[in-house]
Design a protein around this ligand. Structure first.
Ligand code: FAD
Length: 289
């Protein structure tokens, strides 16, 4: 099918974008178009106005700032994946991006689009949750910084309001040499994952865990951090990590049921994948000790 009729706008600056969002009703931003255009063609959405943000240069780019690493919302997934800054300082994000779609979709698709579309099994929003990213939104009342814990408002729903756009994401890198692990199950490489998990650990000089982050995605409508299980890891020795309680915590989530898999199978996957991600993390750290 083809998209329903819409008026097309192509702002050249953030200010023009802000003015269009403030003045138009039933408008949608199009970034890489890799999620939005299929939804228009399937008539899942029928915006009256499409605002193309591909010609606003300041919305793209990866920069190190005093507040951490800032990735412009319009940064193409392929550019984020190949960035030396990301590979060195946010290696978990680079690892996850290898699983996102295909080179063709990654060369158009943007990190901001994925984090605004919020498919439950999208990898980038899940890694933002794991890394406690900050989302920098701009609207009629200026800029606001939204913590990852406040970004996810349910299925395909971010914290942005209609007249706001996502300008950038900001990450505070973990300590050099931290451990990370990523696991997902998709029917074919490049397909959306059925479910996935990621883990991050920092240890002190005695190989005792000092910091942990665990996230499961594609299981509930938004990525879920396992905060209680993370707290249980603090103080454990990397060689003696108790994985079973972490697997139980993942299995205690309230999985979605859909045409792809049952809730029970998703629950099983959540346990298997977080266990795999955590073991990978521990082995990276053991090898580096
Ligand atoms: P668009 O499709 O342009 O927009 C998506 C939504 O975000 C729209 O609602 C739009 O209004 C909004 N939006 C975009 N940018 C902004 C902004 N700056 N401010 C406010 N709102 C904004 N994704 C995965 O995570 N994993 C996969 O395995 C995967 N596989 C794929 C396979 C195929 C064949 C295809 C076509 C897509 C796949 N995707 C996958 C989706 C892909 O990663 C999309 O690029 C991503 O979901 C959306 O990014 P986009 O830039 O294309 O956004």
């Amino acid at each position: 099918m083809k998209a329903p009729p819409f008026q097309y706008h192509r702002p050249q600056t953030r200010e023009e974008l802000g003015a269009l969002l403030a003045s138009l009703d039933n408008a949608k931003i199009v970034a890489g178009g890799q999620s939005l255009m299929p939804m228009l063609n399937l008539r899942v959405l029928a915006p009256d106005h499409l605002i193309d943000i591909n010609r606003i240069p300041e919305l793209a780019g990866i920069r190190e700032t005093v507040d951490g690493i800032e990735i412009g919302a319009m940064s193409r997934q392929a550019d984020v994946l190949s960035s030396p800054i990301i590979r060195n300082q946010l290696p978990l994000l680079a690892r996850a991006l290898e699983h996102v779609g295909h080179i063709q979709t990654r060369s158009r698709g943007t990190i901001g689009g994925s984090c605004c579309h919020l498919d439950p099994s999208a990898e980038q929003p899940a890694i933002c949750a794991a890394l406690d990213a900050e989302f920098i939104a701009t609207g009629p009342n200026g800029r606001r910084v939204i913590a990852a814990a406040d970004w996810f408002h349910g299925l395909l729903q971010s914290a942005l309001d209609d007249q706001e756009f996502l300008e950038a994401l900001r990450f505070k890198p973990w300590a050099k040499g931290h451990g990370y692990g990523f696991a997902e199950y998709a029917r074919r490489h490049g397909d959306f994952a059925i479910a996935g998990a990621a883990a991050l650990l920092e240890v002190d000089g005695t190989s005792q865990i000092t910091r942990a982050a665990l996230v499961v995605f594609g299981v509930e409508s938004s990525p879920r951090r396992l905060h209680k299980a993370e707290a249980g890891l603090i103080g454990q020795m990397i060689r003696e990590v108790a994985v079973a309680p972490i697997v139980d915590a993942a299995r205690a989530l309230d999985p979605m049921e859909d045409a792809h898999v049952t809730a029970d199978y998703r629950r099983h996957l959540a346990g298997v994948l977080i266990g795999r991600a955590l073991r990978d993390t521990c082995s990276i750290l053991e090898r580096s000790q």
